[in-house]
Ligand binder design. Sequence first.
Ligand SMILES: *Cc1c(COP(=O)(O)O)cnc(C)c1O
Length: 399
Amino acid sequence: MLTSKDIIAKTEKYGARNYSPKEVVIEKASGAIAISPEGKQYFDMLSAYSALNLGHCHPEIVAAAKAQLDKVTLTSRAFHNSVLCEFYESLCNLTNKNMILPMNTGAEAVETAIKCARRWGNYIKGVKDGEQEIIVCGRNFHGRTSTIISFSTDNSARKGFGPYSCGFKIIPFGDIKALSAAINDNTVAFLVEPIQGEAGIIVPPEGYLKKVRGICTDNNILFIADEVQTGFARTGKMFACQHEEVEPDIYILGKALGGGIMPVSAVAADSSILGVFDNGSHGSTFGGNPLAAAIAVKTIEILVKGDYAAQAEEKGKYFMDKLRAIINDDIKEIRGKGLLIGVEFKSSAAPYVKKLIEGGVLAKDTNRQTIRFAPPLIITYAQLDAACVIIAEAFSGKN
Ligand SMILES: *Cc1c(COP(=O)(O)O)cnc(C)c1O
């Protein structure tokens, strides 16, 4: 049997270096617990960047996947399958939209929303094709495709990957005046994360999303919410936009929609918007496949039935209070909503992450000085207590 050390060495020997994983190997996992080949147990407080909202290998989702594996897993969209309609219906009900376009990864759903907004701008709003503009925010994270990194402000995500796609205008996140000022006759959409995840769990000023909604409506531009990371109960509401009781025109969804089992993403909007896609204009071989659909249907069913939004809210408060009780002069700010929490340090967070992992808590620094805590929503209070003992120990005193 390969040890963790062997596995890491082999991985590094053959794998492209576009990631630099922490020195942990996960061989198996269940719920909020991940286990190494040597049997060391960890609390998973990253949840694969919120793709594991219902934890690792949720038994009901695994069962739904297994049942579908025995029937049919892939039909392509050349034919209908018997599960996709159920996925459409349940996601429409959840988002209060009447049309869904299924894809696989979050980045593909973002690309879908960009294409949708541009075509809507041309077909419906009457902007000349090629002149459409989309407003985005500084420090955004929307994925890794060449179009998406064209409007990233993160140099490491962009450097050397030109030529870049045009048609994007970047404004500061949380700045409502900048949004108004950036709009012109060619503006078709504003694309925004309701809480910026990769930037370090940046919560916008209260009332921001409500004002965004108003400005978008007044100027006939689409409000596109990228809820790939914040969606599906993570922040204490089913969707983070609901904290301000606003509905975007387009939801971009992914990560947790796949139940922690496989990539499932989607764009949800009304047919007046998503209807701009006609036959042949867009697609994906695997998008909406029956295995993905069965998994997504079960995932949504569990999230609703277990009222996981309320659970995330309560557990998030409990966890946040415990984090705030930790005294360390090096902590600059603790922020977040529900179970999406960032602890920002005055110095590099990396040494703290190292101590967390040694102690048995999986977490990762994002944007150098911030540690993101996003445990599975199914984590128990006893597990949170135990993890907080390790966190307090790791954060105590200077490095
Ligand atoms: C992770 C993420 C994406 C990209 O999703 P992938 O599945 O990695 O392509 C897009 N937007 C946000 C907000 C994300 O957090």
